[in-house]
Design a protein around this ligand. Structure first.
Ligand code: A2P
Length: 310
């Protein structure tokens, strides 16, 4: 069943969330409404997804129609890297779009600040995102500004996405920072990030796994090991992928805009030790990731869990 995990600030986080990346505004409204009606309490969006307005409309409509209260829900959004230098205005704009007084979790979308004033996702002449050199304004500087939003009441918790172990370690070791409550990364059986998951567990940081089906094309749903385990338990491959993510202690963020799938994706089963073992090792046969090194986000360079990208 969907359960709550304890964050390092003593708040709770439900361990399955509806992901909304790539959900168009109309689809997103319907998806969030469907999810809330069938028992999801955790919705994940981001400024960059351009669907915060739809998420907010669905959440507020649902709250009006049901006995569920705002404090029973867990709403996450993310600050975009072009907003890193002014997080207060960024979160106020997100809250305005969401029509909420606060979010439960505000995440830095990745670890490199982008130039401000050139729109969303500014790019250079080679098509790369235009970053501020880290020695001028680093992700640590951005995080330091972000933490002020907690005491102002705009967000209950903060964290960071698309990060690796050394960078998390640096946040944890920097004296004037509150530790991130959550890190959110691409994690699925083709990219299990065992080191990162273990490191975060040891340091009391909750890990959220986005793209639990392997990102574009949901390749894991056709993976022979996943299919076989699904057949053994008479459930869908999607159920196996989400159950594995939850059973290893991460928060799973399955994205769907299809009502039947949304409903199915929170029905979890208990996998046995052999199943977990097989799934834990699928990455030795095949590794896939969406976040490519050529994006120069500097996320995976030192992650021992990877074979070299080809
Ligand atoms: P759709 O939104 O059209 O339902 P990921 O979270 O790994 O990025 O994967 C999301 C993709 O997986 C989307 O294309 C989504 O399609 C698809 N998907 C989500 N849930 C299921 C499911 N239960 N069965 C099959 N495909 C699914």
């Amino acid at each position: 069943p969907v359960e709550s995990l304890k964050l390092n600030n003593n708040l709770s986080i439900p361990n399955v969330a509806l992901g909304t990346w790539k959900a168009s505004p109309d689809d997103c409204y319907n998806a969030v409404m469907t999810a809330l009606k069938c028992g999801y309490t955790h919705i994940d969006t981001a400024r960059i997804y351009r669907n915060e307005v739809s998420v907010g409309r669905a959440v507020n409509d649902f709250l009006k129609q049901s006995d569920v209260k705002r404090e029973d829900l867990f709403i996450t959004t993310k600050i975009s890297p072009y907003e890193f230098q002014d997080p207060e205005n960024a979160i106020l704009a997100s809250l305005e779009r969401l029509q909420l007084d606060y979010v439960d979790l505000y995440l830095m979308h990745h670890c490199l600040a982008e130039v401000t004033g050139e729109g969303i996702m500014p790019r250079d002449e080679n098509g790369f995102r235009k970053h501020i050199p880290p020695e001028v304004f680093s992700y640590v500087d951005a995080y330091r500004l972000l933490q002020k939003l907690v005491s102002k009441g705009y967000t209950k918790s903060i964290g960071i996405c698309n990060i690796n172990v050394p960078k998390i370690q640096r946040l944890l070791e920097t004296k004037d920072l509150i530790p991130p409550a959550v890190v959110q990364c691409e994690i699925h059986p083709y990219l299990p990030q065992h080191d990162l998951v273990e490191f975060c567990k040891a340091n009391n940081v909750v890990v959220e796994a986005y793209s639990p089906f392997g990102s574009t094309g949901a390749p894991l749903l056709d993976d022979p090991d996943i299919v076989q385990i699904a057949q053994k338990h008479d459930v869908t491959p999607a159920c196996i992928a989400v159950s594995w993510a939850v059973q290893r202690g991460t928060v799973a963020l399955p994205k769907s805009t299809t009502a039947e799938r949304i409903k199915a994706n929170i029905i979890l089963i208990e996998l046995d030790g052999d199943d977990m073992d097989v799934i834990d090792n699928i990455h030795k046969r095949i590794t896939k990731r969406y976040l490519e090194p050529k994006w120069k986000l500097n996320v995976y360079d030192s992650d021992a869990d990877f074979r070299p990208y080809t």
